[in-house]
Design a protein around this ligand. Structure first.
Ligand SMILES: [Zn+2]
Length: 195
């Protein structure tokens, strides 16, 4: 089973006329020996601190997986110059290559979860505490927003004024809620699904 660790806690802070924002960044190590970063975000200081604290060398990361291509999730992919960057099944490297890449792992799955964005993916980890979904912005919470103890209906229909297609988002949420026990949202703390 894969081990994972949230190395940057994703946040959204609003100020008058501006915001400060970065996504949850997760480090995964699989039994197969893969080292993976999901959604490096856009707070460089926080990411460097998270890598250092967890003794992760950015040169040793095999893959950077992106839930979607919004800058608050994807901007810092560029610091992982030895890695392959994957969003869905399209991948890039830093030698000019682009093409289809399948992530070769039995412990990690990438699934399509459109709605917040047309091209949006979730990462499912088979872990010791059960199935964990790195859900990107299928769910996101602003600072001070209440997100604990939401019931299934609240989770399913939680509003997303940034959504590209809300009906598709609800379908994606339904799929994840059936499949997983734990959710790591795009921004805000990990929570357990109480069924
Ligand atoms: Zn986001």
């Amino acid at each position: 089973m894969a081990e994972f660790n949230i190395i940057v806690k994703g946040y959204i802070k609003r100020y008058k006329g501006s915001s400060k924002i970065t996504s949850n960044c997760v480090y995964i190590k699989t039994k197969e020996g893969l080292k993976i970063i999901v959604d490096p975000g856009m707070d460089l200081k926080a990411l460097m601190k998270g890598l250092k604290k967890n003794r992760i060398k950015k040169e040793k990361i095999d893959y950077v997986l992106l839930t979607h291509l919004h800058p608050d999730h994807a901007l810092l992919s560029g610091i992982f110059k030895k890695s392959k960057i994957i969003c869905g099944n399209i991948g890039w490297d830093f030698n000019g290559n682009i093409g289809k890449i399948e992530l070769d792992s039995k412990e990690i799955k990438i699934i399509e979860t459109p709605g917040h964005e047309r091209f949006h993916y979730s990462i499912i980890i088979d872990s010791i505490i059960g199935k964990v979904c790195i859900a990107g912005d299928i769910w996101w919470f602003e600072e001070k927003e209440e997100y604990k103890n939401l019931n299934l209906k609240d989770l399913l229909y939680k509003k997303d004024d940034k959504a590209y297609n809300f009906a598709k988002l609800v379908d994606s949420r339904k799929k994840i809620l059936e499949m997983c026990r734990w959710i790591i949202p795009g921004h805000g703390e990990m929570f357990e699904i109480i069924k």
